[in-house]
Design a protein around this ligand. Structure first.
Ligand code: KG4
Ligand code: ZN
Length: 340
């Protein structure tokens, strides 16, 4: 196939409205409109998210096409997130994608959000020319999912282990909320942790056989720990915020990486990858790279802007499906829950 394939991609599964244009594996534009509106609620309010998507989707798609320097008639297919995610949010992106596909007379490609996080590693990047070799292991850590996935091809994924309760990002966000930080708290914990002592406080880690994980106990442990500490010193959080953040972050990062290392050993896989919003975490990135270096494995971390939710990753997943002529019918419905 000599001709470049141009894909318009749309992501609207949670609280980011994003549109991107890709030509084969390279990104011509990738625009993201965030939703500040949720910060004061301590989490994403689904109804508000849908309304924000409805407001943003036309200008974001329009700008992505303009910024890419293409015409609508250049687009070969439209890729969109069909799930998992918030139903109201997914419906906005799905309906828009369907309408545009009818209008332009081009095929639709539905994309699984979590597969797209993994496939973000195949976006062409000048800084990292190498891509993971199949099979590789991907630790996908987001606000809704935490999985260790064995990836055998762009369409062949096997979940080796996952969280039994809260996702890692959810653990970051819930602890941040307990500490009085706004949503999403993950990046703020990361920021404070860089100034704190990770060995100051010890919180329990779940002990589960195999590669599954659990993070809900951590949130409860932090809640009780702070309740007791605040009873003795009402200024405890202000005075110890950096150390609490560093200690919680160390706990989460160690739990994630010990399971990944175990899975890599048992499956004898040497190419390891990180994906999902939490892979923006500075300690996770650093410790992951160190783990790979020490065990003679190759580490793959997506560029920062392709870690958190973005449409470029939907575009690369769409590109692989385009090569397989795996198109979707207009009758497909978005799915809030969707296994890998
Ligand atoms: O993949 P993503 O953008 O959305 C979902 O599909 O969930 O992930 C969002 C999650 C949130 O929980 C957010 O707090 C977390 O990723 N996150 C971080 C960092 N940046 C984003 N967690 C820890 N440290 C960060 N730097
Ligand atoms: Zn995501």
């Amino acid at each position: 196939m000599n001709e470049a394939i141009t894909i318009l991609a749309i992501e609207s599964s949670c609280d980011e409205t994003s549109a991107a244009v890709l030509q084969n594996r390279s990104v011509l534009s990738n625009l993201i409109a965030g939703q500040e509106i949720h910060a004061s609620y301590g989490g994403v309010v689904p109804e508000l998210a849908s309304r924000e998507h409805q407001k943003n989707i036309v200008p974001v798609v329009d700008m992505a096409i303009k910024k890419a320097g293409i015409l609508k008639s250049d687009i070969d297919a439209i890729a969109y997130t069909s799930g998992p995610g918030l139903m109201g949010s997914l419906l906005v992106g799905t309906s828009f994608a369907k309408g545009l596909s009818i209008g332009l007379g081009i095929p639709l490609i539905e994309v699984h959000h979590m597969k797209a996080h993994v496939l973000a590693h195949f976006i062409e990047d000048e800084a990292q020319s190498e891509v993971p070799n199949f099979p590789f292991l991907c630790l996908t850590v987001s606000g809704g999912h935490t999985q260790i996935v064995k990836v055998t091809s762009p369409s062949d994924f096997e979940v080796l282990g996952e969280t039994r309760d809260d996702a890692a990002g959810e653990a970051f966000d819930k602890v941040a909320k307990i500490l009085g930080l706004p949503y999403p708290g993950g990046p703020l914990i990361d920021k404070h942790a860089q100034l704190g002592n990770p060995n100051r406080f010890t919180f329990p880690k779940a002990s589960i056989e195999g590669f599954d994980m659990s993070f809900s106990g951590l949130k409860t442990a932090v809640l009780y720990f702070l309740r007791d500490a605040l009873a003795e010193n009402p200024q405890f959080i202000e005075e110890n915020l950096n150390d609490v953040c560093a200690s919680v972050q160390r706990n989460i990062v160690e739990s994630l990486l010990s399971k990944l290392a175990k899975a890599a050993d048992e499956h004898q896989i040497n190419h390891l990858a990180l994906a999902g919003g939490v892979s923006a975490n500075s300690e996770l990135r650093e410790s992951f790279s160190m783990l790979c270096e020490q065990s003679n494995r190759k580490a793959f971390i997506p560029k920062f802007e392709y870690c958190t939710d973005n449409a470029a990753m939907i575009g690369i997943a769409g590109y692989f499906k385009y090569l397989d002529a795996s198109f979707s019918s207009l009758n497909e419905l978005p799915k809030a829950r969707l296994s890998l």
